[in-house]
Design a binder for this molecule. Sequence first.
Ligand code: FES
Length: 317
Amino acid sequence: MLQVNVSRKTQEAEGVCSFELCPVAGGLLPAFEAGAHIDVHVPGGLIRQYSLCNDPQDRDRYLIGVLQEPGSRGGSQAMHTDVEQGQTLTIGAPRNLFGLQPGATRHLLFAGGIGITPMLSMAHTLCHQGADFELHYCFRSSDRAAFLQALAAAPFAERIRLHDDSGAQGQKLDIHALLASADAGTHLYVCGPAGFMNHVLTAGDAAGWPQARLHREFFAAPAADPDLDSAFEVVLASSGKTFTIPADRSVFEVLDDAGIYLETSCEQGVCGTCMTGVLEGIPEHRDQFMSADEHARNDRFTPCCSRSKTPRLVLDL
Ligand code: FES
């Protein structure tokens, strides 16, 4: 845990604020790699993950960008309304689940809306490395596009391609053409709303790109229809204890009530913190953290949101 001071809060675009965070005690912050995120303890008791979007060479500050989402469960809303300049926040140390691939000969970065945040730190790092890359930034309209000024002034500005959904047809993202012209050493990174990410990743699949070259960072797993959920049992392999998971509760919630501690963070299936081994049964994966190949192995699942296709799951707990 770290205590940081909100040294600057800036309205970056309609519905998007950035927060510059500096150590309360002065000095340097823990180093981070491009693509990393931090847990922010938001006023009201929620913990939310936000990507670091400044240059990782900055050691005296972190910068995060927060979209005020209409469907917010309270996290982004509280950041916008309850956090002001000069306030102290508690954050976790940076963690990276979305790293750049050192073996890639070329990097294609695709950002949709607020998904620009991890791409900024990635672009800074690739620029320092002298790497070959392009950053494609798609947004609904320029007044909702955060960090446009910073991008225009960035040392990698000539590598940025802007795609305004409300603009002329010719500048819109043609993902199929881009992927078709890429060589086998090119890796793709995508972050943004689920629909945008699925569009890019589906194009990658259709172009025959292996999963190992498709890298993603989701902000939230798509909501499932709770009316379609049903009860199932989980068994803890170490003790044989059996728990019934009702249709309206998660595995994490039931085990937590029983005093069985599982580390969690996002509770939305995006961070992987709660990942738990599965020894028997077939999970119904609801997370966005694992790849399709990892889901198909069915040897791990995320108890914060995933459920079961079989009447019983035996967990490696
Ligand atoms: S707590 Fe983040 S995936 Fe479960």
